[in-house]
Ligand binder design. Structure first.
Ligand SMILES: Nc1ncnc2c1ncn2[C@@H]1O[C@H](COP(=O)(O)OP(=O)(O)OP(=O)(O)O)[C@@H](O)[C@H]1O
Length: 286
C-alpha cells in the first residue's frame, strides 16, 4: 500500500538534481501589472504578486476571478496584454511554453493530462523529455550514450516514484488507477522536470477527504525536501490556510488582497467577494 506514511518516510532523502535541498538556486517570481483582455472582457486587470523562493503561495478567488488565466500567462499558454512576469532574470511574458518549462517552471492541470494507456513509469519518463540530451537519431539507433542516458533518467524516475509513494504502481497503466493516485502521478511527472517553480492547478479538486490529506502532506514534503517554490490555485480554503505562506486573492480579474493567510482570511473585501459569490449561487439555485 502507498500512503502518507510512505510519503513522510522518504522526506529528506529526495534531493533535487543539481541543487541542494534549500531555496538556493530558486529564483523569485515577480508578477507585475499583468493585464489580460479577451475581446471586450478584462480577465486580469494589472495584477501583481511575488512568490518568494521556497514558499507555498496560493491564488484564490471566486469562479471566473482570473486564476486559470493567471496560470496560463505564467506557463506561456496565454500572452499577457500588458505587464511583466520575471522569474529571476528571465522575462516570461515573451516566451513560448517549452522555453518557460526549460527555465524550471512545471505545471499540473485541473483535469488530469496523462496518457491513460501508458504505465506510470512511461508517463514519468515523458516528464524527463525536456532534460533528454540524446538526439532523435542516437536514441533511435540505441547508441550506448543514448542507452546510458535513458538508464539515468530511469533511475531518477524510480527515485521520484518512491518519493510520491508510487513505487508499486510503476508498471500499472495510469487509466486503471484511482483518481487520487492519478493526481499524484501528475505531480510526480511535474517533479520529473526538476522544476524550480511548481504550478499546481487545483491539486485536490474532486478528491475524497483522505486523498486530500495525502496530497497536502505530499505538497509539504515537496517543499521541505526540495526547497522549490510552489504556486497553487485551490478552492479548498482549509487546505490553502494550512499550506500557504502567502495568499493572493483575485475577484473579477482584480487583486483584492495579498498577504499571510490569517490576514487575508479576515479582510473585509475578501469576505464580501466570497459572500457575494455564495449568494449568487443560491439565487441561481432557487
Ligand atoms: N480563452 C478565453 N477566451 C475568452 N474568455 C476567457 C478565456 N479564458 C478565460 N476567459 C474568461 O476570463 C475570465 C476569468 O476566467 P478564469 O478561467 O481565469 O477564472 P478562474 O478564476 O480560473 O475560474 P474558475 O474558478 O471557475 O476556474 C472569465 O470571465 C472567463 O470566462
Amino acid at each position: 500500500m502507498t500512503g502518507p506514511d510512505e510519503v513522510a518516510g522518504v522526506t529528506g532523502t529526495y534531493q533535487p538534481a543539481g541543487m541542494d535541498a534549500s531555496a538556493s538556486g530558486v529564483p523569485r517570481l515577480d508578477v507585475r501589472d499583468v493585464t489580460v483582455r479577451f475581446a471586450g472582457l478584462t480577465a486580469l486587470d494589472a495584477i501583481g504578486f511575488t512568490v518568494e523562493p521556497g514558499s507555498v503561495h496560493a491564488i484564490i478567488g471566486p469562479n471566473g476571478a482570473g486564476k486559470s488565466t493567471c496560470f496560463n500567462v505564467l506557463s506561456g499558454v496565454y500572452r499577457a496584454t500588458a505587464g511583466s512576469v520575471r522569474f529571476g532574470d528571465a522575462e516570461l511574458t515573451s516566451l513560448l511554453p517549452h522555453r518557460i518549462a526549460a527555465l524550471g517552471v512545471a505545471r499540473t492541470f485541473q483535469n488530469i493530462a496523462l496518457s491513460p494507456r501508458m504505465s506510470v513509469r512511461e508517463n514519468l519518463m515523458l516528464g524527463r523529455h525536456r532534460l533528454t540530451r540524446a538526439g532523435f537519431v542516437s536514441a533511435g539507433l540505441r547508441l550506448p550514450s543514448a542507452r546510458r542516458e535513458a538508464a539515468r533518467h530511469g533511475e531518477r524516475v524510480i527515485e521520484i516514484a518512491a518519493f510520491v509513494g508510487l513505487t508499486e504502481r510503476l508498471a500499472t497503466p495510469v487509466g486503471l488507477l484511482p483518481y487520487g493516485v492519478q493526481k499524484r502521478v501528475e505531480l510526480a511527472r511535474a517533479l520529473c522536470m526538476e522544476p524550480r517553480l511548481l504550478l499546481l492547478d487545483e491539486p485536490v479538486a474532486g478528491m475524497s477527504g483522505g486523498e486530500r490529506r495525502e496530497m497536502a502532506e505530499l505538497i509539504v514534503a515537496v517543499r521541505e525536501s526540495l526547497g522549490i517554490s510552489i504556486l497553487l490555485v485551490e478552492h479548498d480554503m482549509g487546505m490553502v490556510m494550512r499550506l500557504a505562506d502567502a495568499v493572493t486573492v483575485l475577484d473579477f480579474g482584480r487583486r483584492i488582497a495579498d498577504g499571510p493567510p490569517l490576514e487575508v482570511q479576515s479582510d473585509p473585501e475578501v469576505i464580501r467577494a466570497y459572500l457575494g459569490a455564495a449568494s449568487e449561487k443560491e439565487e441561481t439555485a432557487s
